[in-house]
Every structure is written in structure tokens, then in C-alpha cells.
Design a protein around this ligand. Structure first.
Ligand SMILES: Cc1cc2nc3c(=O)[nH]c(=O)nc-3n(C[C@H](O)[C@H](O)[C@H](O)COP(=O)(O)OP(=O)(O)OC[C@H]3O[C@@H](n4cnc5c(N)ncnc54)[C@H](O)[C@@H]3O)c2cc1C
Length: 398
């Protein structure tokens, strides 16, 4: 039987995350929106020292009894309900760590674990996108050339989330993608681990973005950056680019769940406002008898629920170790659309107040839009869905 109820284990950690959001995150969301690139250290330190002992999805070495990925979806959703910028500042393995966990050798995983045992908050970052390619990541030009017992990396990477946190604020890791042979296409693409302070690795600038102001996003330069041979992720027998694509199967539900947290923040806020005015939503009443406002709220809630159910399906398959490429792209394509529509509708329904900075609605619209861009845009996820349903390869349908 399918159950949509959270287990007691998930519910307990979800409610704990909610209490952190109410006390520490939501009240400070506007401050960090106004102070771009300032890191919420109190929050990061609290998570590192206290909260991650209770929230198992934030730990690398947790003994997780069941549904670990499902738990992560709920925790993502809740922290992003608090604030998506703060969520992006959670000190945990995130995308870079995910790659190491999925395709790293046992020795590389042990090195990652060691870093996450540090006394101070630690982050990782992952650099794939370049100035000429984001969606078509198989076209990257960053080079990795073997030289004796080293790899030498050269190239430029854009939009690297948490680069400053991973490489300057902590002794984290950079996972960078490069080609070992530009004439060999995606087959020659590999990931490499780069330590902070490696000569030749530079943060060129931090992006000023539309939203997610608390989260740093950097341009990185690799100039004759020499790293040991054993820093090729997964070692010589690595699955390389195929491995990168496989991690999207978990990264897409993860991005969707966090974006849906933002969309829920909008719906919860609107319902609180109506409640304060004594307006109750009359569920179950025929649609033609409802007010326009009631119809809008019910539509938003049903869209939110539809997208969330797709996330749960994709997450459930991850926990069952079953393929979920189709489901993860479906949930991401749907969530991106729902987040965009709900956050815009929130502003519309609140009128001019929604457009002002006295409420968080305009911030939620700016923040939430990113979930329709990274981890595959809406168009790219629709392409993946079409390929899977129609049985086309990437080359046949692009
Ligand atoms: C806040 C933020 C954080 C990010 N963090 C990271 C990070 O940590 N690491 C990293 O490597 N990258 C990161 N990115 C980059 C992100 O992954 C890319 O921006 C994304 O993949 C889209 O690539 P692009 O911007 O080059 O757009 P493009 O690929 O140029 O696409 C532009 C438009 O064309 C559409 N399009 C492209 N190809 C097709 C097609 N075949 N069919 C139909 N439509 C198509 C796209 O959907 C989009 O609408 C981040 C981006 C942002 C905004």
C-alpha cells in the first residue's frame, strides 16, 4: 500500500528543522537579502555544532535506518520554506559532496568524511558550467592534462555555488569537471578534486544575482593548477560524465523540493493573511460558488501538491535503488513551473504590497526562479522526458 504519511522518524526531524526556521531563518531572511554575500555564520555554526546531530540528512556519517533520500526531500523543503538563501548556506556535502559520494573511490570518500569532521562549518562546491555551455555540459572546454604524477587543469568556470564558502571560509573541496581529450566528446570528461589554496586556483569574482543573495556564486579560474593523479574522482576506472549525469537523478528532486518549499511559504503566507481577515477557504464547495480568491488559493495548493507528489515518487525510487531519470526530470519540470507561477501569483494577489519590500513575496519570487534554471532548465527536463517516453537517445533528440 502506498502511504503519503511521513514516518515518525522523518516527522520528528522535519518539525525540528521547522523550529530552527521560525527562530533563526525567517526573521533574518531580509537582512541577508540586503547584504549580498554576507554569510549567516550564526546559522551555519548552529547547524554544524548542534542541529546536524539531530537532522541526519545533514550529516555524512549518519547511520540512517530508512528512507534517507525521502528525509532529505522533507528537510530541503522545510529549510527552503524558511529561506532558500539560508538553505544554500547549510554546511553539508551538497552537490560537490554528492558527486564524491556517488562516484568517488573509498579513499576519496574517506577524505571527504574527514573534512566533514572538522571543528568549523565546512562546504563543498561543484564546477561544471562554463561561459559557452550550461545546459550542454558535454561541451566543456576546461582541460586536464596528465604530467608525470599530476594532472594540470586549465579553464574558467562560472556560477559555482558556495565556492567562497568551500575554498575560503572553510577547508572544503572543489569538484571540477574537465576534458582529458577535447576531440573525444563526453567520453573524455572527468571530475577532479581540488583542495583550497592549490596554486593556480582563483576566485575571479562573486556574482551579483537576482536572488539567493546569502549564497555566494563565483567565477573560478584554473591556471596551470597542478593536482595529484589520485585526485581524479573515481580513479582511472571512473564512469566520468555518465556518473555526472546519474547524480542529476537525485539532484533534480532535491532542487525541486527546495523550490517547492519557497512556493509553500507563499501559499502559507496568503492563507495566514486571509485568516487574519476572517476569510476561510471553503474547500469542497462547488467551484462556481467560490470567490476568485478561494479559487486561486485552491489552484495553488493543488499545483503545489501535484508537484510535491512527483518529488515523492522520484525520491521513493532513489531510496529503493531503482532508476528514476524520467521521474526526476518530471518532478523538476513540473516544480519549476509551479514555483514560478505560485511566487508570481502571490505578488499579484497582494497587489502593490506584494511588490513592495515590506513583505517577503517579491524576494520569494526572485529566489524561487532559480529552481527552474539550475540542475537542468525546464526545457532541458522536458527534453529528457520526451527522450525517455519516445525512446530517443540524446543524439536523436536535442
Ligand atoms: C544561482 C545559480 C547557481 C548555479 N550553481 C551552479 C554550480 O554550482 N555549478 C555549476 O556548474 N553550475 C551552476 N549554475 C549554472 C546552471 O547549471 C546553468 O545556468 C544552467 O545549466 C543553464 O545553463 P546556461 O545558463 O548556460 O543556459 P543555456 O544552456 O545557454 O540555456 C539558455 C536557454 O536556452 C534553453 N535551451 C538550451 N538548450 C536547449 C535545447 N536543446 N532545447 C530547448 N531549449 C534549450 C534553456 O532551457 C534556457 O532557457 C548555477 C546557476 C545559477 C543561476
Amino acid at each position: 500500500m502506498i502511504s503519503f504519511e511521513n514516518s515518525a522518524w522523518i516527522e520528528e526531524q522535519y518539525r525540528y528543522a521547522e523550529s530552527i526556521c521560525r527562530k533563526m531563518v525567517r526573521p533574518n531572511a531580509r537582512y541577508y537579502d540586503d547584504h549580498e554575500h554576507e554569510l549567516p555564520w550564526d546559522f551555519a555554526t548552529f547547524i554544524w555544532e548542534t542541529a546536524r546531530k539531530k537532522i541526519e540528512s545533514l550529516r555524512l556519517d549518519a547511520v540512517v535506518p530508512e528512507e534517507p533520500f525521502m528525509l532529505q526531500m522533507h528537510i530541503n523543503e522545510m529549510f527552503s520554506w524558511g529561506d532558500l538563501g539560508f538553505f544554500m548556506c547549510l554546511p553539508w556535502p551538497a552537490l560537490g559532496g554528492n558527486f564524491i559520494q556517488v562516484i568517488g573511490t573509498p579513499e576519496q570518500k574517506a577524505r571527504l568524511l574527514e573534512k566533514f569532521r572538522a571543528a568549523k562549518p565546512t562546504w563543498t562546491c561543484m564546477a561544471l558550467s562554463e561561459s559557452h555551455c550550461g545546459s550542454d555540459s558535454s561541451a566543456i572546454r576546461t582541460r586536464a592534462v596528465k604530467d608525470g604524477d599530476s594532472w594540470i587543469l586549465n579553464g574558467e568556470k562560472l556560477f559555482v555555488t558556495s565556492a567562497k564558502k568551500a575554498l575560503v571560509e572553510s577547508n572544503g573541496y572543489l569538484v571540477v569537471w574537465a576534458t582529458t581529450d577535447p576531440s573525444a566528446g563526453s567520453k573524455a570528461i572527468r571530475a577532479f578534486l581540488v583542495e583550497p589554496n592549490t596554486p593556480g586556483l582563483k576566485i575571479m569574482k562573486l556574482e551579483n544575482k537576482l536572488g539567493l543573495k546569502a549564497s555566494d556564486t563565483a567565477v573560478l579560474i584554473l591556471e596551470d593548477c597542478r593536482i595529484p593523479l589520485e585526485n581524479m574522482l573515481g580513479g582511472p576506472s571512473s564512469t566520468g560524465f555518465k556518473g555526472a549525469m546519474a547524480t542529476f537523478d537525485s539532484a533534480r528532486p532535491a532542487a525541486s523540493s527546495s523550490g517547492l518549499g519557497v512556493a509553500r511559504a507563499v501559499v502559507d503566507f496568503l492563507k495566514e493573511q486571509l485568516d487574519r481577515e476572517g476569510v476561510k477557504i471553503r474547500y469542497g464547495v462547488p467551484r462556481r460558488l467560490l470567490t476568485a480568491m478561494e479559487r486561486d488559493i485552491i489552484d495553488m495548493e493543488s499545483q503545489l501538491r501535484a508537484a510535491w507528489l512527483l518529488v515523492l515518487k522520484a525520491a521513493c525510487l532513489v531510496d529503493q535503488h531503482k532508476p528514476n531519470t524520467l521521474e526526476s526530470s518530471m518532478c523538476k519540470a513540473k516544480a519549476g513551473e509551479v514555483i514560478t507561477k505560485i511566487t508570481q501569483k502571490g505578488i499579484e494577489l497582494m497587489g502593490s504590497l506584494g511588490y513592495s519590500r515590506s513583505l517577503l513575496l517579491e524576494k520569494w519570487m526572485r529566489d524561487g526562479k532559480v529552481c527552474d534554471l539550475f540542475e537542468g532548465t525546464g526545457q532541458i527536463n522536458r527534453l529528457v522526458i520526451a527522450r525517455r517516453i519516445l525512446g530517443y537517445t540524446g543524439k536523436e533528440l536535442k
